[in-house]
Write a protein that binds this ligand. Structure first.
Ligand code: AMP
Ligand code: MG
Length: 299
């Protein structure tokens, strides 16, 4: 499968109606790929991941040297879908100085004293950097939509908090992202699509394996009871905030190696498409370098 076609399988098209049911969390390769057999397929995926990580490391250097674009990677998902692991693997090859990760939890009192985009805006990546949002302003149309009491804490002006209210939030997000895109931020949004069965398996693994106990939180099981509400909130959010300039990628997440490989492929390809090269010096800059070299050599 060609990379571009592959990416298209997972990129949501703003002109088509979006339904989560059309996206299989258990996807593990096209028919031709599956004919390779699982072990062979996994080995190839690992190889691709390695190559893409190397490409990403190079791309990051060029991004940094150019100092024009920044890259914002947004990860959203149900609990245990693999956000942390994907971030860890995909960014394992890049220079830590060019990369910033922010994990967003429940907003603080100070954060609640501002509009919902404020805390995210303050943590955007600088030019030349890759910024990762482990959860993001999308929580404000996901968990906050599923739990209306969280919205009450946001101290908003009185008024109906129905469909129109959420439409306006999606609009604010679209406007914000369009603004960032126009000003040099490449935004890549990933929804890691895990199935309810696989989530249960992973929770049970957290409860059984002592090394994974720390990952377990009782709140996760409570949230699982709202599974359908979350799926519907994700579906609405993805449908309403997939735009031509900033689309969503819905990534199958029941197989960790699939998730990691696809995310690495998409990031490497999209950064490559920025068409950046090492900056070329002006004549004046070249002359200065030659001069500096002469002085050093003459010491
Ligand atoms: P974790 O990522 O597992 O540490 O959990 C972070 C928790 O913070 C999750 O339960 C999120 O739903 C919650 N959270 C993140 N952003 C918001 C937000 N804007 N409003 C309310 N809860 C949030
Ligand atoms: Mg958690």
């Amino acid at each position: 499968m060609k990379v571009k076609e592959g990416i298209q399988l997972f990129r949501i098209d703003p002109d088509e109606d979006f339904h989560l049911r059309d996206h299989d969390p258990g996807w593990a390769g096209t028919k031709e790929m599956r004919e390779l057999g699982e072990d062979e397929l996994k080995d190839r995926a690992k190889q691709i991941l390695q190559n893409r990580l190397a490409e990403l490391a190079d791309a990051q250097e060029v991004l940094y040297a150019n100092d024009i674009y920044s890259v914002l990677l947004i990860f959203q998902a149900m609990d245990a879908a693999g956000k942390d692991g994907t971030i860890k693997h995909v960014m394992s090859g890049v220079n830590p100085q060019g990369c910033q990760v922010f994990s967003f939890k429940k907003p603080s009192d100070e954060e609640l004293d501002h509009d919902f985009l404020w805390r995210y805006q303050r943590n955007l990546p600088e030019r030349g950097r890759i910024g990762i949002f482990n959860r993001s302003y999308y929580e404000d149309v996901l968990v906050v939509k599923v739990h209306p009491e969280l919205l009450e804490r946001q101290k908003l002006p009185a008024g109906e908090k129905g469909d129109r209210f959420w439409k306006h939030r999606y609009q604010s997000i679209n406007d914000f992202e369009r603004h960032l895109a126009r000003n040099g931020t490449l935004i890549l949004k990933f929804f890691l699509n895990v199935s309810k069965d696989e989530q249960k398996k992973r929770f049970l693994e957290r409860l059984t394996n002592p090394e994974k106990h720390w990952k377990f939180s009782e709140a996760d099981v409570a949230e699982r009871e709202h599974w359908d509400d979350y799926q519907s909130a994700f579906e609405d959010a993805i449908r309403e905030t997939t735009t031509g300039s900033v689309p969503w990628y819905v990534i199958p997440a029941d197989h960790k190696w699939v998730t990691r490989t696809l995310v690495a492929i998409i990031i490497a390809e999209k950064v490559r498409e920025l068409g950046l090269a090492h900056p070329v010096l002006t004549e004046e800059q070249s002359a200065r370098l030659a001069d500096a070299r002469k002085r050093l050599e003459g010491e």
